[in-house]
Design a protein around this ligand. Structure first.
Ligand code: C5P
Length: 288
């Protein structure tokens, strides 16, 4: 069996409403999740044991992160398929870690997809979904790899109206942020779900539809990492930026742009002022 490579695209929450809280502490969400054409790369090949190697620009950030979700995903899939977990896994890490763009979740989802192919395993969709959810609330949506409305704690996934071509500029102040800490710091009441009711004609219309939707974790994240306010301010005041918001539990924020030229120019302008920030432009993957 030849090696299998799968891209683990960055996950971006175009809006994220916290709509309630379950007795077990998990929060109920309503979110429009999309993927950006930048991510980690997961490569798997046949081997006599299970191993993971990591390289790439943000690989060093994984040090000391404890149990790696990629190995957890491999072992969970092997257990479910009742086969030994044998694979050489290589991860090229390009996304910041603990950053609100699902780096770990996308890596776990890519592991499930790549190893399913390598091992010739086809789990029933419901079993794969449950296995993904047990790895993390964002893993099921990362398995879909296309614009999705996310409800429940991340486990209720639905189609969204077609989205137009658009570009994103992702900016992270290079400060990791723990998801549980952000949910814990959140204050205030819950929001109503507001799924997109129709298909926006272009990026401008998408921005207009998102204007009255937001990310309910923003204030909590800023209370823990004040630099996020500066990132948002910088994006908002960049020419041609249609909308700026935080993704997930932060600290990564995104700007929405109509095209590549505008996004590339914005990323260059932000990098010129804040060379220490992680800043990338990438297309919104409107389908996969
Ligand atoms: O499932 P995951 O490991 O990604 O979640 C990390 C933590 O984030 C959870 O333990 C919980 O504290 C918080 N969380 C939450 N509601 C969600 C997702 C995550 O409260 N929907």
């Amino acid at each position: 069996m030849p090696p299998v490579s799968v891209e683990a695209w960055a996950k971006v929450n175009l809006y994220l409403h916290v709509t309630g809280k379950r007795p077990d502490g998990y929060h109920l969400l309503d979110s429009l999740v999309v993927f950006a054409g930048i991510g980690d790369t997961l490569r798997v090949e046949a081997a006599d044991d299970l191993s993971l190697s990591v390289d790439g620009p943000t690989a060093a950030l994984l040090d000391g992160m404890g149990g790696n979700i990629v190995l957890d995903a491999a072992q969970a899939l092997a257990r479910a398929a009742q086969i030994p977990a044998l694979a050489r896994i290589h991860l090229t890490k390009r996304l910041p870690v603990a950053a609100g763009i699902g780096g770990g979740s996308a890596d776990a989802a890519a592991t499930l997809l790549a190893l399913s192919r390598l091992w010739g395993v086809t789990l029933p969709p419901a079993q794969l979904h449950a296995l993904a959810l047990a790895l993390g609330a964002d893993v099921p949506v990362c398995l879909r790899r296309r614009p999705t409305r996310m409800g429940g704690i991340g486990d209720t996934l639905a189609e969204v109206p077609p989205l137009p071509a658009a570009w994103l500029v992702l900016v992270n102040p290079r400060i990791g942020l723990s998801t549980p800490a952000v949910f814990k710091a959140r204050q205030g009441c819950f929001s109503a779900p507001q799924p997109l009711e129709s298909s926006p004609a272009d990026a401008e219309q998408l921005a207009a539809m998102l204007a009255h939707r937001g990310n309910d974790l923003t204030d909590a994240a800023i209370s823990l990492v004040p630099d996020i306010a500066e990132v948002l301010q910088m994006l908002q005041t960049t020419p041609e930026c249609l909308l700026a918001r935080m993704s997930g539990s932060g600290a990564t924020c995104f700007g929405l742009f109509a095209g590549q030229a505008q996004a590339d120019a914005a990323a260059a302008a932000i990098t010129a002022v804040h060379g220490q920030w992680w800043c990338k432009s990438a297309p919104l993957l409107s389908a996969s």
